[in-house]
Design a protein around this ligand. Structure first.
Ligand code: COA
Ligand code: AMP
Length: 627
């Protein structure tokens, strides 16, 4: 582990030297003289006097260097039958035109643009077009319901919204435009215009406020790249916190470009001309970092796949894409592998495809259980690499560094802390624990470039959510340990955030919806283990005195309420009516104890519990073994 250890040590002991060197991979309109501004802890800024344009680095730079004919993006959409390749020159032309269109609608540097789109190339074009103008995009995942979209619109206050008439799921076409219209009714903020991409699968009804994507693009003048400060925001991405109100994670321009370029080479071993595929969605951080920005910054070819691992049309879909385009590495969530395994346990469909170019499978977004790891390694015969990170950091905190120094894999571990991250495991008092001992996984400040500098318009929440528990540290919200060899093990969230099929959701948000039901006195939502999706939510509700609603009726109504207010991806299926919820003497609901009981995990009951009999009475409901 020499190369890795040396680099990691250097990144912590001499961060300015380390990241100053990494910054030479980026083209600046004004080279940064200062690498790190540490004058205002706990706030840190990378490359404070640098100036650049992220879109220039992702597109124009490559065409200017003579690589305009290289394929930048492959769009593969089994749900529509479309397959299109865009060279760097073509993607640049489309993006410049889209930037011109947005500019004609009044969008300039610093203005926000909300993008609510399915996995179509226009979503990537719109993101890059914002970056080109120095505008700030905020992409909202298509699976979110109008209410969630409205909250984001209200917080980001976009000048323009870019959307599409529909998204296409395995079994149905989902009309996006009515959801956007509904969200705009719910939100106090009104954008000046909505640009709508009409897709043939469902036409959107247009109003005076709406602009047709195709018509506006045809009429637009291409716009040039606008230099911005390295510390200016590139995007806001809302993510689930422990409350119902999502957190607007801010990403800057300079640190982001430097960190992502470094990660493509050193973590993922991807360089110019390599074909790389991140099978996620542009609405998640994986999509932002590894479908859009990082592969293009690296001059690679990125695959944009509008489909699923199964059902479009079968469990061989991923292998087809890999063989058809000569994909060198695939990045997806463990859930996708579990879904494929369930349909095709021996991966017999692999035999139909030429996997000759395929070198590595990267998995992230949720814990990679050793069973899934072992299966994927066996059937694919390539290294299967877990990497652990979160929306806030924007790129891996722990990984096996395939480009820097590949290391032996320990199943269940994402391997080692990535250079830039001073990872420590702390006990409740904030002391570092011994190797092998569990605790809160924290990162000593400063966070490396690319990680969030703050939350949108809310420095206070940034500090109270992440930095105040252990002064000098960022808390990740994950629990785990680091073993004697320095390998990191992430065992799960210590807060009320859950991960359903790699989608990050807040149980607090679901509780807020359930609590509004007229028959519900109080409720708790917990994430319980699921063999396909990793975790799924389960709700427990206590009825108001005198309420005689039946369990089935209530369950149906609550499932529907969560679906229509948060979105289908919340995937709440199980609701139980219980006489009481276990609490501490101060009235805090003991969700963790219920989760342990549901998962069949032995965990000491907190000494502060008010009445242990209440928890015990839930065993027949929670413990699946006993049901
Ligand atoms: N727009 C609208 N609805 C969406 C959506 C989108 N972009 N994405 C998902 N949904 C809907 C689904 O249609 C489904 O609706 P339904 O309850 O009516 O069937 C619901 O949200 C739940 O979706 P999902 O959790 O994805 O479950 P699924 O049963 O449809 O698919 C998998 C299961 C495993 C195939 C799917 O979760 C998957 O491909 N996972 C891979 C993980 C991944 O890419 N994670 C991203 C982070 S890296
Ligand atoms: P998100 O912000 O959606 O990327 O979700 C981040 C959270 O997902 C982390 O805080 C972890 O709880 C979980 N997570 C992501 N990747 C991994 C991984 N490789 N192993 C374990 N948990 C993970």
């Amino acid at each position: 582990m020499r190369a890795y250890r040396d680099e990691h040590e250097r990144s912590i002991a001499a961060p300015e030297e380390f990241w100053g060197e990494a910054a030479t991979a980026v083209a600046w309109t004004r080279e940064p003289k200062q690498v790190l501004d540490a004058d205002h802890p706990p706030f840190y800024r990378w490359f404070p006097d640098g100036e650049l344009n992220t879109c220039y680095n992702a597109l124009d730079r490559h065409t200017e260097e003579g690589h305009g004919e290289r394929v930048a993006l492959i769009y593969d959409s089994p749900v529509t039958g479309m397959r299109t390749r865009y060279t760097y020159a073509e993607l640049q032309e489309q993006t410049a035109r889209c930037a011109g269109m947005l500019r004609s609608l009044g969008v300039g540097k610093g203005d926000r643009v909300v993008i609510y789109m399915p996995m179509v190339p226009q979503a990537v074009v719109a993101m890059l077009a914002c970056a080109r103008l120095g505008a700030v995009h905020s992409v909202v995942f298509g699976g979110f319901a109008p209410q969630e979209l409205a909250v984001r619109i209200e917080d980001a206050k976009p000048k323009v919204v870019v959307s599409a008439s529909c998204g296409i799921e395995v079994s149905r076409v989902i009309a996006y435009k009515p959801m956007l219209d509904e969200a705009l009714k719910l939100a106090d903020h009104t954008p000046d215009a909505c640009v709508i991409l009409q897709r043939p699968e469902a036409a959107a009804e247009m109003t005076d406020r709406d602009v047709d994507w195709d018509e506006a693009m045809a009429a637009a003048e291409p716009a040039e790249c606008v230099p911005v400060a390295a510390t200016d925001p590139l995007y806001i991405l809302y993510t689930s916190g422990t409350t119902g109100r999502p957190k607007g994670v801010v990403r800057d321009n300079g640190g982001h470009a430097v960190a992502l370029a470094w990660s493509m080479k050193n973590v993922y071993d991807i360089g110019p001309g390599d074909v790389w595929w991140a099978a996620s969605d542009v609405g998640w951080v994986v999509g932002h970092s590894y479908i859009v920005y990082a592969p293009l910054l690296a001059g690679a070819t990125t695959v944009l796949y509008e489909g699923k691992p199964i059902g479009t049309p079968d469990a061989g879909a991923f292998w087809r894409v890999i063989s058809e385009y000569g994909v060198k590495a695939l990045f997806t969530a463990p859930t996708a592998m579990r879904a494929i395994r369930k349909e095709d346990p021996e991966a017999t469909l692999l035999a139909e495809y030429d996997m000759g170019a395929f070198r590595t499978l990267f998995l992230a977004g949720e814990r990679l259980d050793p069973d899934t790891y072992t299966w994927a390694s066996r059937v694919l015969g390539v290294p299967v690499i877990d990497n652990w990170w979160q929306t806030e950091t924007g790129w891996p905190i722990a990984s096996n560094l395939r480009g820097l120094e590949p290391m032996p894999v320990k199943p269940g571990s994402p391997t080692v802390p990535v250079p830039g991250y001073d990872l420590q495991v702390l006990d409740e008092e904030g002391n570092q624990v011994a190797p092998g001992q569990d605790g809160a996984v924290a990162i000593r400040l400063p966070l490396p470039p690319g990680s969030l500098p703050t939350l949108w318009n809310d420095d206070e929440r940034y500090v109270s959510s992440y930095l105040s528990q252990y002064p000098g540290y960022y808390v990740t919200g994950d629990g785990g340990y680091i073993d004697e060899d320095g390998y990191v093990f992430i065992m799960g969230r210590t807060d009320d955030v859950i991960n359903v099929a790699g989608h990050r959701l807040s149980t607090g948000a679901m509780e807020a919806v359930i609590a509004t039901h007229p028959s519900v006195a109080e409720c708790a939502v917990i994430g319980v283990r699921d063999s396909l999706k990793g975790q799924v939510p389960r709700a427990l509700a206590v009825l108001k005195a005198g309420s005689d609603i039946g369990q089935d009726v209530l369950a149906r109504e609550l499932v529907q309420a969560v679906r229509s207010q948060i979105g289908a991806i919340a995937a709440l299926k199980e609701v139980d009516v219980v006489p009481a919820l276990p609490k501490t003497r101060s009235g805090k609901i003991l969700r963790r104890a219920m989760r342990a009981m549901a998962d069949g995990v032995q965990e000491p009951v907190p000494a502060t519990i008010e009445d242990p009999a209440v928890l015990e009475s839930l065993r027949p409901v929670l413990d699946r073994e006993k049901r």
